[in-house]
Write a protein that binds this ligand. Structure first.
Ligand SMILES: C[S@@+](CC[C@H](N)C(=O)[O-])C[C@H]1O[C@@H](n2cnc3c(N)ncnc32)[C@H](O)[C@@H]1O
Length: 371
């Protein structure tokens, strides 16, 4: 059994924890300091990379040891057998976070860790891996907290929000993982018709359609980090192919109404291309949000309206949007809000308000049940 660690965007940890439990992973728990540890065989780590919609990264624990000094750090790193994962021809990157420790400089801790790894490989093989910041084969993370080092190897490679389907983005696109997280926070049952009336490049609608049909988000992307490890050979390739085949067979092809609209025809074209690349078919409409009508059927809106510094907004626009939303009797309306403008403009209180980070912006995800 390995100990894995899933991380998410700040504020999305609880829904990530729910998701990992629902996906059947073992010993899933919510860490106080953020992140979700869980246990499993190697293949469970791969499966988490392919199936989790919310995780940004999946890492595996390689070692834990006290490190008050650089000598202790070096010795602890050298006690791990790096040759299993890294060959001397490969490239690596080391990142580190330090908190409440004698060694306070994360750059120094990363450098010492890198030295210990390359020295070990050079001593065994005569040559050493090099460092790549942009596209390393193997990524190592060291957390030094209260003089205790925890060393992880990253299974993801590029961050997991890069699904591979969004080749075309509009203004202020939502990270795919954040879109998946707010869909889960919204309480959507994956059956009720879902509407995004300001859909931009379609991220929320596409993620909703993938979730409703059980399409694993990792099937559309390129190689994961673990596929570049030294120990990923022919047998592992076969096992991974088999796993992807099994996950593909579980795709449900369920018909759920997902309606995405935007007033910008150009961005809608991008959204359609993205949906095609993701293999899902929400319906797209060119329509201003103010034309949204209730036809008496219960629906749920999940949307990322224009806000904050990324998009200029006029208070009259916010009033028009909230004025329309409040008329959708019986609907659930969920939206991200950065400045509090939408919350102040709604005439009712949200049933839930969840703080989360959207890129660098501290936002709230607001959930309203319209009476
Ligand atoms: C923050 S972006 C949405 C980004 C989207 N979630 C994504 O990931 O690509 C807000 C969107 O609202 C749209 N919008 C602005 N005013 C609108 C209006 N009056 N009616 C409909 N859409 C509008 C913009 O065209 C833009 O695509």
């Amino acid at each position: 059994m390995q100990e894995f660690f899933a991380s998410s965007v700040s504020g999305c940890e609880e829904v990530l924890c729910d998701e990992l439990r629902e996906l059947g992973f073992k010993s899933v728990r919510l860490n106080k300091g953020g992140g979700i540890p869980f246990r499993g065989e190697w293949i469970d780590g791969w499966r988490a990379c392919i199936q989790s919609r919310i995780a940004q990264r999946i890492q595996v624990l390689l070692g834990r040891f006290p490190a008050f000094t650089q000598e202790e750090l070096y010795a602890g790193i050298q006690s791990i057998d790096w040759g299993t994962y890294i060959t001397s021809e490969q490239t690596i990157s080391v990142r580190s976070v330090c908190r409440g420790s004698e060694m306070q400089h994360s750059g120094f801790v990363a450098l010492k860790t890198k030295d210990a790894i390359v020295d070990q490989i050079r001593a065994k093989t005569g040559s050493r891996p090099s460092v790549s910041k942009d596209d390393p084969d193997v990524r190592i993370f060291v957390y030094l907290v209260a003089n205790k080092a925890t060393v992880y190897l990253d299974l993801s490679g590029d961050s997991l929000h890069k699904r591979g389907y969004r080749m075309h983005a509009g203004d202020a696109p939502l990270r795919e993982t954040v879109a998946a997280a707010i869909l889960r926070m919204s309480g959507w049952d994956r059956t009720t018709p879902l509407v995004d009336p300001m859909c931009g490049a379609g991220t929320l609608a596409i993620e909703a359609a993938m979730w409703a049909s059980n399409v694993p988000p990792g099937l559309t992307r390129g190689r994961f980090g673990f596929e570049r490890w030294a120990n990923f050979g022919e047998q592992e390739e076969q096992d991974l192919r088999k796993l992807c085949g099994e996950l593909r067979r579980d795709i449900a092809g369920k018909k759920v109404k997902i309606i995405a609209s935007d007033s910008d025809a150009e961005v809608l074209e991008k959204a359609k291309l993205n949906a095609r690349a993701a293999g899902v078919r929400p319906s797209f409409k060119e329509r201003p949000v103010t034309d949204l009508q209730s036809d008496g059927t219960k629906r749920i809106i999940v949307t990322n309206p224009p806000y904050g510094v990324r998009m200029e907004i006029d208070p009259a626009f916010v009033a028009k949007v909230t004025g329309r939303f409040i008329k959708l009797s019986g609907w659930r309306v969920c939206m991200l809000d950065e400045s509090g403008d939408y919350e102040r403009s709604m005439t009712i209180k949200p049933v839930k308000k969840i703080p989360l980070l959207n890129g660098a912006l501290e936002c709230n995800f607001l959930i309203y049940d319209i009476p």
